[in-house]
Design a protein around this ligand. Structure first.
Ligand SMILES: [Zn+2]
Length: 1225
């Protein structure tokens, strides 16, 4: 724990205080009780134990004493709480939570933490609490809540000593949630941190490589895996799994070469992987798949056999064995194998599919239907529509069949191969009476016989797979044995059957009541019993590849490949489990930074990886989270209501209390609802965001309300502030009280209350019609647009009124001006008007396909033009053949209700074309200076003009080139700035707009759909919004119309016709704009997303350059300056105290604001620059926290200072409220 010494020492110091508090609390209890349960030494030892040592304390062997101590502490605390009837200090519960967490008693830990949460208003200041809570949620796979808790830890304490562990776990959870960008970011943040965590850095690197693979970035994945293999002293387990992934990728991915080369590489990698870890059942399985695909049947069987021997029975392996048998024309062996697969994993869609096709090929359509139905019910089924068609077909074509063959128990055999004693008795009777049976009885006999055989086979296989018959089976599978090791069984007497079936397969397997088919059925059902007793022992010579004919029809070949996807992940999970376990059990884990590390939560971490992508796709993770959360929390919630001692009892989730859940229990932790009623009258606002809570504005609004944390007036002079800061700096713990207290972590707003009635959900769009230039410059227009009540304003006919030459932005002119200019291209699906469907057209989704590439203006122009001409041609064709056209139209509209959408045409959208270069785009940019000041790209009243540098697309113009259907997915502008958009034409655009205060609702929808609100591409489902009472403004933007998007407004746009648009951002000088920009700045920080507008830098420039007469705006800016001043001062003090030299660097004019090259947070004034980059003058900037993570003592860094403290102080003091007469126009 050496490398964490500093923070633990601090922690110990902190707990010194709490220890005292606890002791004080105890004394009052002791006086009642008369006896003390913990000695002073024990209390001291416990003082250093909280959630931060989770995973880093030994509880076994030499750590047994710690475990005993923790157990004693828990008992003592519990009895004290009981005695005091729950009336103890809230810290008691927090400590109890920590102790239970360390003992891995998660239900009790959650219960105690929850109690603390309910008692402690400013719980969010307690990073150890939030961290412990996050770990508990993580354990329960409640990722939604775990992510929130962990993000809040980093927000309130960016230098938290377990930041690395948090980033690792966030990386894992985002990976499961398919938010790959966030996942990568957090893995990388974990990787740069040299502190210890529960995975080694090569293991984190492995996750990054696997992340690429999951995203199908195969070349990046291959590169990353290969790079890992170059690592010196790579642990054997990591090596084995890296080789395994490389092998499997080569087998699976077409990009990696021609088939023969790929397979040979795949086999080599897998063999090397098995050298590193001969016991990997998964590698054996993959090897089997490779051999199978190149027709090496013997080797494939041997590998599968090894896989079964080495690992737990796996449904994938059995499914593949089944496929192999089926290919060898051994249907009964295939049947056994598939049944093993579905017994092991009832949701194994591929096995059900294969079993279905097997039944189909054996003319048992009813059984096939059942199998297909099981397949469609499975979550891992991704072609349910094909299957549905197949089922329907079978149902229709087997109607005749049904009339002759009544439904009987044989059709149940897949579900219940087990014969009840009664049925066995029945079978005996029928057998004895064989010669005197009527037709129906004969049929029943046949069915019971086949079921009997099946039962025995399944039992036999189950025995093999559980290792009971290992001795026997290994002799079957001898390496020199010519026989397929699994060819046990009834295959030989199925000879006749399989030839019959083979004929049929040649005829495409569909059941028709032909004679052949009847024969096949007979063979399958009646011939088996006679030799049923011998299965499992006899070999068959018929097991050889039968050559050209396969039993597996098209559909199942495709499906036969399905286990691949899940297999690779599942395999991974096994291995990572080993990986994770490795540091624990291996004493020579020498290179680890944490020799004492004991990982106490391996199963949870590895549990993450078990989740198949499909699980987490739609329902998986989210459902789990809410289900879990509701039950657990309901339980603990109940315990609040009952006796205080119930917090001690083990909370077992009780399913019957779910009704009460979400509304009551979920908000009880971590939710923005939670404090609505517990704060004062301002509760609602306070709970929504930090800035609202702490800004003086709020105290003005409700005169009586004083924010307790604001003990220093912003009107105090800077020298007083700095004096206070200096005193704080001395003892190092500045966050405990008085000045400028920490802000609570920001939270998205809850849905506005009361909900709007349904008839108000389609409000008319605020629109203004301009007739002439005077209208455009009429001051109230500006006021109207920036009024927070108008989320959007359409200024109709602006171009005409101002006589703007829009032709300057027409495609023709653009090509003439700069034909080689870069265009970013988004490849999208052409969707029906206002809907967004998944690529197969089966269901409406939020995720919006939008893949990025690049081209030039000339090439896009060509595409745009040809797309237009193509549609003209189509129009003409329709006109010349009106009859035919109307026919097809009526057919498609007839069936549109039932028919699924798609497949969709692909279109290209030319976006974010940079027009910032005023030499290249002189005419165009000049034309835009004709606009009224408040919408101009550059103006004194535009905050973005005070940045002092360019932010592309924000304070410069961007151009968009569109064909019909081009979509700008849902978003708010960067840092909630306003935006201006002019349609050049000739076609129209359609806009969808949601007011700012509903962004929390949209954020929730994104989370539910596993999308990142800030980073992903999403297209809201209008029905979802209607259900959730979210109002949506919807309007058409014609050529020459200007759309003003107000601060924070959520919007999404699609082109109706062919058109170009131009757009940029503006920042009106209003309190609302500034407030929303700062709020988003903080939310971005919490979400680890870069704020494109550097608000700190901007605030200082505003103080220097702008006279502010709006008192609300003034106070907000002044408050922010004060906070920054305090931060700069405390950081300076700390560095000086630590003996770290601060080097004066200054700054040039127009120097852009700086961002941390690691975490992308804005870095102001004090830049941490690596020594190398300083000497090379490349100045790679870090924030303090990232610098300390890579170099605890900052030895590798120089600290450069950009502002003189006196300068900042002067700016702060001189920034005063301007008289209101000079207010901006
Ligand atoms: Zn950083």
């Amino acid at each position: 724990m050496k490398s964490c010494g500093v923070s633990l020492a601090t922690a110990a110091a902190a707990f010194g205080d709490e220890g005292k508090k606890m002791a004080a609390g105890k004394e009052s209890c002791e006086s009642k009780e008369g006896s003390s349960c913990l000695t002073a030494e024990e209390r001291e030892a416990l003082g250093g134990l909280d959630s931060r040592v989770f995973g880093f304390v030994r509880l076994h062997e030499d750590g047994a004493r710690t475990k005993t101590l923790l157990g004693k502490a828990v008992r003592c605390y519990e009895s004290l709480i009981l005695k005091a009837e729950g009336k103890v200090e809230s810290d008691f519960f927090c400590q109890l939570g920590h102790f239970n967490l360390l003992l891995e008693d998660y239900p009790k830990a959650l219960s105690a933490y929850q109690r603390y949460y309910s008692l402690q208003t400013d719980y969010w200041k307690n990073a150890a609490f939030l961290y412990g809570l996050g770990l508990v949620y993580f354990y329960y796979n409640a990722f939604h809540w775990a992510i929130k808790a962990f993000q809040e830890v980093l927000y309130v304490d960016p230098s938290f000593c377990r930041a690395k562990e948090i980033h690792l776990r966030l990386g894992l959870m985002f990976k499961v949630n398919t938010d790959y960008e966030s996942s990568l970011k957090h893995f990388q943040l974990a990787l740069i941190d040299c502190n210890p965590c529960t995975l080694s850095s090569v293991e984190i690197q492995f996750h990054i490589a696997h992340l690429y693979e999951t995203q199908r970035k195969y070349h990046s994945a291959k590169e990353a895996y290969e790079q890992l293999l170059q690592t010196e002293n790579l642990p054997a387990q990591v090596k084995a799994i890296v080789l395994q992934q490389l092998g499997w990728m080569h087998h699976n991915v077409d990009l990696l070469g021609d088939k023969a080369t790929k397979e040979s590489y795949a086999i080599q990698y897998l063999q090397k992987s098995l050298e590193a870890d001969p016991n990997s059942g998964q590698s054996w399985y993959f090897l089997g798949r490779c051999y199978s695909s190149i027709g090496k049947v013997q080797d494939a069987f041997i590998s599968y056999r090894q896989s079964i021997d080495k690992s737990e029975a796996s449904a994938d392996t059995w499914c593949s064995i089944g496929v192999l048998y089926q290919q060898q024309n051994q249907p009964m062996d295939a049947l056994q194998a598939y049944i093993c697969a579905v017994q092991l994993d009832h949701g194994h869609a591929a096995a059900w599919m294969d079993l279905g096709t097997l039944y189909e090929s054996c003319s048992q359509p009813q059984d096939a239907i059942k199998c297909y139905l099981n397949a469609t019910r499975s979550k891992s089924c991704n072609n349910s529509s094909t299957l549905a068609g197949r089922i329907k077909f079978l149902q229709n074509s087997s109607e005749n069949w049904n009339r002759t063959v009544p439904l009987t128990p044989v059709q149940q055999q897949v579900h219940s191969w087990y014969l009840t004693p009664q049925k066995l008795q029945h079978l005996e009777q029928l057998r004895a009476n064989r010669d005197n049976l009527n037709a129906a009885q004969k049929l029943i006999l046949e069915q019971l016989e086949s079921q009997f055989v099946l039962m025995q086979q399944v039992r036999h296989i189950a025995e093999i797979s559980t290792g009971l018959h290992k001795g026997q089976s290994s002799h079957l599978a001898g390496p020199n044995d010519e026989q397929p090791p699994f060819s046990a069984g009834p295959a030989q007497y199925l000879q006749a059957a399989s030839t019959a079936i083979q004929k049929q397969t040649g005829l495409q397997t569909l059941p028709s009541n032909s004679v052949t088919q009847g024969a096949a059925l007979n063979h399958l059902s009646s011939h088996i019993p006679t030799s049923g007793g011998q299965q499992g022992i006899t070999f068959t010579k018929e097991g050889k590849p039968s050559g050209n004919r396969s039993l597996v029809p098209e559909i199942s070949r495709h499906v036969g490949d399905k286990p691949n996807g899940s297999a690779s992940l599942k395999g991974l999970s096994n291995h990572v489990q080993q990986l994770m376990a490795e540091p624990v059990c291996s004493p020579n884990h020498g290179d680890s930074t944490s020799p004492n590390v004991q990982i106490s939560d391996n199963p949870q971490v590895s549990a993450l990886l078990v989740g198949k992508p499909s699980d987490s796709g739609d329902s998986g993770a989210c459902d789990k989270v809410s289900n879990f959360h509701s039950t657990i929390c309901t339980k603990t919630n109940n315990s609040f209501a009952s006796s205080p001692s119930s917090v001690i009892s083990t909370a077992t989730p009780s399913p019957k209390s779910t009704e009460q859940t979400v509304t009551h229990s979920v908000p009880s932790l971590n939710s923005p609802h939670s404090r609505l009623h517990t704060l004062n009258g301002e509760g609602l606002e306070n709970s929504q965001s930090s800035i609202k809570t702490d800004l003086p504005i709020i105290s003005q609004k409700s005169g009586s309300h004083v924010i307790p944390s604001m003990s220093v007036s912003i009107y105090s002079s800077s020298s007083e502030v700095l004096k206070a800061c200096r005193n704080l700096g001395k003892n190092g713990l500045s966050n405990s009280h008085i000045l400028l207290d920490k802000c609570p972590p920001p939270r998205p707003p809850t849905s506005p209350y009361p909900p709007l009635p349904k008839d108000k959900l389609n409000p008319p769009t605020p629109s203004i019609y301009l007739e002439n230039k005077r209208d455009a410059f009429f001051p109230p227009l500006h006021q109207f647009c920036t009024n927070p009540k108008n989320p959007v304003t359409v200024i109709r006919g602006l171009a005409g009124a101002l006589k703007l030459d829009l032709g300057l932005f027409s495609t023709k002119t653009l090509v003439e001006a700069n034909n080689e200019h870069t265009v970013e291209v988004r490849t999208q699906l052409l969707q029906p008007a206002d809907e967004n469907w998944d690529p197969t057209g089966t269901k409406k989704i939020w995720r919006c396909e939008s893949n990025r590439s690049h081209t030039t203006i000339a090439k896009y122009a060509q595409y745009q033009a040809s797309s237009f001409q193509e549609s003209l041609r189509e129009e003409n064709e329709k006109r010349t053949q009106p009859k035919e056209y109307s026919d097809t139209e009526s057919i498609s509209s007839d069936s549109s209700g039932r028919r699924r959408k798609g497949p969709f045409k692909t279109i290209k959208f030319g976006t974010n074309i940079d027009l910032s270069d005023d030499k290249k785009w002189k005419l165009q940019l000049h034309e835009l200076t004709k606009l009224p000041a408040f919408v101009r790209v550059v103006s004194a009243g535009n905050l973005l003009s005070h940045l002092g540098h360019t932010v592309l697309g924000m304070n410069t113009v961007q151009l968009y080139m569109k064909v019909p259907g081009s979509r700008t997915p849902g978003h708010q502008e960067n840092n909630n700035f306003c935006s201006v958009n002019i349609n050049i034409g000739p076609g129209d655009c359609e806009w969808f707009v949601v007011p700012e205060d509903y962004w929390g609702v949209l954020n929730d929808f994104c989370e539910k759909n596993n999308l990142n609100f800030l980073m992903s591409s999403w297209w809201p489902n209008l029905e979802d919004l209607y259900e959730a009472n979210v109002p949506v403004y919807r309007f058409i933007q014609r050529p020459g119309d200007l759309v003003w998007i107000n601060a924070g407004t959520v919007h999404w746009v699609q082109a109706v016709g062919w058109c170009n648009n131009i757009a940029w951002n503006v920042g009106p000088l209003t309190a609302c704009q500034y407030k929303l920009a700062v709020e988003r700045y903080e939310w971005n920080k919490l979400q680890s997303v870069k704020s494109v507008v550097p608000m700190v830098h901007l605030s200082w420039n505003m103080a220097r350059n702008i006279k502010v007469s709006d008192p609300r705006l003034f106070e907000m800016i002044k408050y922010c300056l004060l906070k920054i001043l305090k931060q700069c001062q405390t950081l300076r003090e700390a560095l000086t105290t630590a003996g770290k030299e601060i080097i004066w660097h200054g700054r040039t004019n127009d120097e852009p604001a700086h961002y941390c090259s690691i975490c992308e947070v804005e870095v102001f004034d004090l830049l941490f620059v690596t020594n190398e980059s300083n000497s090379q003058k490349t100045y790679i900037v870090h924030c303090q926290d990232c610098a300390r993570k890579t170099s605890g003592t900052l030895d590798n860094f120089v600290v450069l200072e950009q502002y003189r403290m006196e300068d900042l102080i002067q700016v702060y003091d001189q920034f005063t409220l301007a008289p209101s007469l000079s207010s901006s126009s």
